[in-house]
Design a protein around this ligand. Sequence first.
Ligand SMILES: CC(C)(COP(=O)(O)OP(=O)(O)OC[C@H]1O[C@@H](n2cnc3c(N)ncnc32)[C@H](O)[C@@H]1OP(=O)(O)O)[C@@H](O)C(=O)NCCC(=O)NCCS
Length: 430
Amino acid sequence: MTDSLTVRDNRTGTEYDVPIVDGTIKAADLGKIRTDDETPGLAVYDPGFVNTASCRSAVTYIDGDKGILEYRGYPIEQLAEGSNFLEVAYLLVNGTLPTKEEYEAWVHEITYHTFVHENVKTFMEGFRYDAHPMGMLMASVGALSTFYPEAADIKDPENRHMQIIRLIAKMPTLGAWAFRHAQGKPFVYPDNDLSYTANFLSMLFKMSEQRYEPDERLVKALDVLFILHADHEQNCSTNAVRSVGSSQVDPYSAVAAGIGALYGPLHGGANEAVLRSLRRIGSKDNIPDFIKGVKDGNERLMGFGHRVYKNYDPRARIIKKAAEDVFEVTGTENPLLEIALELEKIALEDEYFVKRKLYPNVDFYSGLIYEAFQFPPEMFTVLFAIGRTPGWLAQWLELVQDPEQKIARPKQIYTGDRTLDFTPADKRWA
Ligand SMILES: CC(C)(COP(=O)(O)OP(=O)(O)OC[C@H]1O[C@@H](n2cnc3c(N)ncnc32)[C@H](O)[C@@H]1OP(=O)(O)O)[C@@H](O)C(=O)NCCC(=O)NCCS
């Protein structure tokens, strides 16, 4: 077997041998296929990069057909069960699990960079009272680049490390403050005696008490959610981070671009849509009618199906367990949970869903959990962004160290006019 593709250009009759490496061909090799020296070489047309590998990456492995998700080779199930978010962040960014000393130094550094410059506070106070927290997060992360201008030196490994620590550390502070702003409540400073996730909950919910000590089960559940969202290879926001980062801008600006991508309803907003449809169904009795509507093509069952997973999304299984733990603490008699469980049961047995390989995805239960924490829907994507930060940074780090990477600059197929004659406005309008 030869690892190559023989391409015959029927326009010219010329045959080309295109090497196949790692299951891909180089788009540049197709560029050599041309009719003459004047016309451009062959290109691929792939809106949304549906079948285009944009990089080599050793961060996250997904096998959608088998329902496998691994960070740096470790199955997500094992990490969610036995690790914690900061250790997973270390793994993603550095590529290996930390030794005890490395772990302690990492946690120490992140813990002591949770504070932000006081001017960031003033900056955030300047937003309108009803500002969307995701817009506030995106703007304030972008603004951090002005507080750390040295971050522009992305060639220096120590400098890169410092900005990575700062970003992971400050993200919960900014996210929590965006939440408090919308509620008209004073900002709460970080409590560095608490764990990463417990401190986040303290900055969100602390009022007049001396010390906010969240229930450990809630801390664990949120920590697991952060782990589940920490990376997902070349999705829209990661691609945004890489694309913007390829201009060699500082990581704050690149991550702000990722937050912008995540803000969009097609990426980070599905769990909110799940809640909306569960609410609309209203009771278990209405499920059969709803399912019929879905099967008739009137609407989709939100939280089901995935572009990559054609099997049970491994994260959905873990989230279901986290949801049970959270509801045990909050005691929420949530009728929506009952509807969700029943919907899942029916859909997993129904031929329409089975045939199309439609399984629950990560968003099916996450919205219910966030609601039990009393987060408003606008906060859901902020939580996603906090969890995704180590993944964005791991991918950014890989990008800036990859000698094969170039500034992102896709081609286009031009469909507009050519060589029109311009008449100045005074003559055109005369
Ligand atoms: C995630 C999603 C966009 C992936 O879509 P995709 O891989 O492009 O799959 P397609 O849209 O081509 O759908 C394939 C088939 O399954 C059906 N389908 C896909 N998702 C469905 C859903 N959630 N409910 C009902 N039918 C669905 C489509 O109608 C289509 O059926 P057809 O072959 O009879 O036309 C899609 O499954 C979806 O819209 N899910 C709901 C939204 C959601 O939960 N998004 C979060 C993703 S993490």
